[in-house]
Write a protein that binds this ligand. Sequence first.
Ligand code: NAD
Length: 247
Amino acid sequence: MGRYSDKNAVITGGASGMGFAMAKLLVEGGARVVITGRSQATLDAARERLGNNAVAVRGDVASLSDLDVLADRVKSELGAIDALFVNAGIATLTPFESVTEEVYDELFAINVKGAFFTVQRLAALLSTGAGVVLTTSVANVMGMPETSVYAAGKAALRSMARSLSRELLSRGIRVNAVSPGPIDTGILDAMMTEEAAAQFKAERVADNPMRRFGTPDEVARAAVFLAFDATYTTGSEFAVDGGATQL
Ligand code: NAD
């Protein structure tokens, strides 16, 4: 019997990067997981790799009707949720002068509104003792170039970890945030030119006390710890950043 064999989890953006690493860790421990994402092909490939204990549901977290469809599917597939990983996000990095209204609105629609309504629309399915983990970023406490909108959105999520944990406390539900530093997941390559991504990555490695990127699995283990093991912890943020925000 696996460590998570009687547990159910939902992971938004669970078909790639650190969300997929969370799904893999939990499925290997015997959990049933629902992963979400926007690309059917990526979801199908992820579900194939995860096996029968994973269910893939296509949907955009910025769409409230998609979130309602997700809630219905989660109810029929899992019944109740023991761990909710609010992980879906984009990282459009743009110099402050060049930020357009479209860039601003898309970042906030996915990273902030999407995260907020994911918790709201799935809240009724959270079991007593459930853990919610929001994915913030070290950018919310560091002044990094080209991150003004992204970082502000992640700071909003950090704030929500506190206020939502207060509102869900009476139901025995904890809400925490995992705050990744630079993790090589492909998110940057998707959002930048190859040259800009290479330069950004080299700068992050040079800046980092451990002189390396973190792995998706290192974030997954921290997120799973917050969801299941950190039973006296709520409203907090846990950094997985090679010491970048501490040293
Ligand atoms: P990733 O691109 O592999 O994962 C993001 C996932 O979110 C993808 O599967 C994507 O399809 C999904 N997604 C994006 N927009 C969506 C939408 N509108 N609806 C549903 N799904 C959507 O990258 P990742 O690095 O694993 O990112 C995961 C989270 O970690 C993000 O919230 C990101 O902001 C955060 N983060 C990443 C880093 C890093 O260095 N990689 C650092 C700090 C925080």
